[in-house]
Design a protein around this ligand. Structure first.
Ligand SMILES: [Zn+2]
Ligand SMILES: [Zn+2]
Length: 222
């Protein structure tokens, strides 16, 4: 029972870490440090996700920090359960985040995750910092009700748009899509600058005349 409670507490601690790391170590660092660089690269190009090797490294670093501290504070198995709960929740977060970009919602929670996270990407990168839960945003005053989210077509998740680049009817109450579906080199550069300055990307493409091919749909599985 003690181990079970420790694992649940570890999982809950991840939620605070998810908020703190995403806000302070990723966005506020504006590209300084590996975690910030990787995350803001994902904001500049939403088909980019850190490779698994870097996620395993994050889990290893977290374990290396948390486990000795927990072991110093309690017995070995309680400390292991706590750390295990935290790491399990970390990988759950990675899956939920990835799927928000690559797969359509299947229930009310999935619908909220996508609306809130796409608002974070395209509406206000310093708001709705929590991906799996709004708890810390509400506590710390960074939560926006996502409302109807405006998505730049060039950055829209594959599940959101139909073959003509329009929002699928089942998502029309939650999203509008704007701008060109194809990007330009100048726009990609501007998107990168915006991402590293925590500015939401504009819906309209800068120079629609110079078109470049959109990443192939299978690029999202990277
Ligand atoms: Zn994302
Ligand atoms: Zn972010």
């Amino acid at each position: 029972m003690r181990r079970l409670i420790a694992a649940a507490l570890g999982a809950a601690s991840w939620s605070a870490a998810e908020y703190g790391l995403h806000r302070f170590a990723m966005h506020e660092m504006r590209g300084r440090g590996l975690a910030s660089k990787e995350h803001l690269r994902h904001h500049a190009d939403v088909t980019y996700f850190s490779p698994t090797s870097k996620k395993l490294l994050s889990a290893a670093v977290t374990t290396a920090v948390v486990l000795p501290v927990a072991t110093a504070l309690t017995d070995r198995w309680t400390a292991r359960s706590y750390t295990g709960g935290m790491i399990t929740m970390y990988f759950t977060y990675e899956v939920i985040h990835r799927r928000a970009h690559t797969h359509p919602p299947r229930n009310a929670y999935g619908r909220w995750v996508r609306r809130s996270h796409l608002h974070h990407h395209f509406g206000a990168p310093m708001r709705n910092i929590g991906v799996t839960s709004p708890v810390w945003d509400r506590a710390l005053g960074t939560y926006d009700d996502p409302g109807v989210v405006t998505v730049p077509r060039r950055m829209a998740p594959v599940w959101l748009l139909d073959a003509d680049g329009e929002v699928r009817p089942e998502y029309a109450a939650d999203y509008v899509a704007r701008g060109a579906i194809r990007s330009t080199d100048a726009q990609r550069e501007a998107d990168r600058r915006d991402a590293f300055s925590n500015v939401a990307p504009p819906a309209e493409v800068l120079d629609a005349a110079a078109v470049a091919p959109r990443p192939a749909p299978d690029a999202v599985t990277r």
